[in-house]
Design a protein around this ligand. Structure first.
Ligand code: ZN
Length: 484
């Protein structure tokens, strides 16, 4: 007997429990994909499984609703498989150990995979629905969303007729997602010429920025946080315009899509300039501290001066100056805010990783925009700045965004039904991070899309849980929408 048996809505929880018996962490989705295929075949439904394991299932319209436009339902089948410390479980092979506590469902010692197993369970329950007459349903179930949306990127959707899609990968009931950003990676390499270590008239300085909050380069870019790479580069650029400095080392950040918390550089300066450089740096440090006081109060700049001569290889004064100037000409942070959605960052970029290589200064950016044309324009702008400085910029991994539609019949209908059922309006949210909806919207021309889901907590952790009543309300709501 199942742990969830007796919970309402029965079929939704039945399928959720079935799914939880099949390990389905990202990259380990073959078995769950085969289960979904068997589900469709048992019911005589059209099913297409691709090489990655993505699944498309189509249920034809009930006779009374043949003339209507189809609905697309979408969820991802993979989950973030994590266990708490000390818990002995092989999540590649063993089922989840579901438990019910205080009106919520957990998995003992591990993540639950409510993200996005509940979306998959809704899809299967709708496909299995016999009591309600429905238009044609086209269900998209993707693999490997959590590791980089590889499934959505690869899936072939040419067999679909629908132009309106309900994505079921949202974690808060009552908040509808209506737009997301697309993105790209941009790598810039600025050539650098080396020289032997400067002579006795030079001292060796080390600067290190620490204590910043950091965060996701999409969700957190509009919060006024400090970017360690950018702050350090601007500071050094200011110094290099005034004094003779020669970079020896410079690095910062861990990933292009994370706002870097720390960065450091080591460089030679003329001994005679040292006092002025230090007082210039202190004044700049004070300005930065004041600017970050509210949002990033932990900012610190460490300055270490080596009295003895250090014999480290350095880059020439000219190379140092022009590389820093090029870096500071490139934009960073928020580029544009949305005119349609208040408070939404529309276009941004993040200098996530900075490193000094043998012959170049290497910069790695994550660029984002909910408007694809603006993202492409920003990338072109970066290439132009780089080329003017004799550097090279390469754009890779570009993926489309999901722009907010002023005119969205699906959203209007869903808001109307929500208001009628809940007695209040849902919150409409646009996010400045990538979702599968963006990638799928790039494959379905004119797609009208809304993302919804029940209340989940602590997703991607071993404490993940799902609210039982919320699952029920969202199910009733979803059926109401599909009925119309
Ligand atoms: Zn998800």
């Amino acid at each position: 007997m199942g742990v969830l048996e007796g919970l309402q809505p029965e079929r939704v929880f039945h399928f959720f429990e079935e799914i939880s018996r099949i390990p389905h962490g990202s990259g380990n989705t073959r078995a769950i994909s085969d289960y979904l295929k068997a589900f469709a075949e048992e019911r005589g439904l059209f099913c297409r499984q691709d090489e990655l394991g993505n699944i498309v299932i189509i249920r034809e319209a009930s006779p009374a609703r043949k003339e209507e436009e189809p609905y697309i339902l979408q969820a991802h089948v993979d989950m973030v498989a994590v266990s708490a410390q000390g818990v002995e479980i092989d999540m590649k092979k063993e089922p989840l150990r579901l438990k019910v506590e205080d009106g919520r469902i957990f998995a003992e010692g591990t993540s639950l995979g409510g993200d996005d197993g509940i979306g998959v369970a809704y899809c299967l329950a709708v496909l299995d629905e016999q009591t309600v007459s429905l238009p044609r349903l086209e269900v998209i179930l993707t693999v490997d969303e959590e590791t980089g949306m590889e499934g959505a990127t690869d899936i072939d959707l040419s067999m679909l007729r629908g132009r309106r899609m309900i994505n079921l990968d949202q974690e808060e009931e009552g908040i509808f997602i209506t737009s997301c950003a697309g993105g790209a990676r941009v790598d810039v390499e600025i050539p650098m010429e080396r020289e032997v270590a400067p002579g006795k008239a030079y001292r060796f300085l080390e600067f290190r920025i620490t204590g910043l909050v950091g965060g996701h380069s999409g969700m957190e870019i509009g919060k006024g946080l400090g970017n360690a790479n950018w702050l350090l580069a601007s500071l050094l650029c200011g110094i290099s315009l005034r004094y003779d400095i020669r970079l020896a080392q410079m690095k910062g950040g861990l990933a292009d899509n994370a706002i870097p918390r720390e960065a450091e550089a080591a460089f030679f300066v003329r001994e005679a300039d040292l006092p002025e450089i230090l007082s210039y740096a202190e004044a700049e440090e004070q300005k930065i501290r004041e600017a970050l006081l509210e949002n990033d109060p932990g900012f610190a700049l460490e300055k270490v001066c080596h009295d003895v001569t250090v014999s480290a290889p350095a880059y020439t004064r000219a190379a140092t100056k022009s590389a820093l100037a090029c870096l500071c000409k490139l934009p960073n942070g928020v580029v544009a805010m949305s005119e349609d959605v208040e408070g939404l960052v529309e276009t941004s970029l993040n200098l996530g990783v900075l490193s000094l290589r043998e012959n170049c200064l290497r910069l790695q950016y994550a660029v984002r925009s909910s408007v694809d044309g603006d993202r492409a324009e920003l990338c072109r702008h970066m290439i132009q700045i780089a080329e003017e400085a004799g550097a090279k910029a390469v754009v890779r991994n570009a993926y489309p965004g999901w722009a907010y539609r002023k005119d969205s019949p699906l959203r209007e209908q869903m808001v109307r039904i929500y208001e009628r059922m809940y007695g209040k309006k849902p919150i409409l949210e646009a996010i400045h991070a990538g979702l599968e909806c963006g990638i799928l919207a790039g494959k379905i021309p004119g797609l009208d899309c809304v993302s919804v889901g029940p209340d989940l907590q602590n997703v991607h952790t071993a404490e993940e849980s799902m609210d039982i009543e919320s699952v029920g309300r969202v199910w009733n709501y979803l059926l109401e929408v599909l009925k119309q």
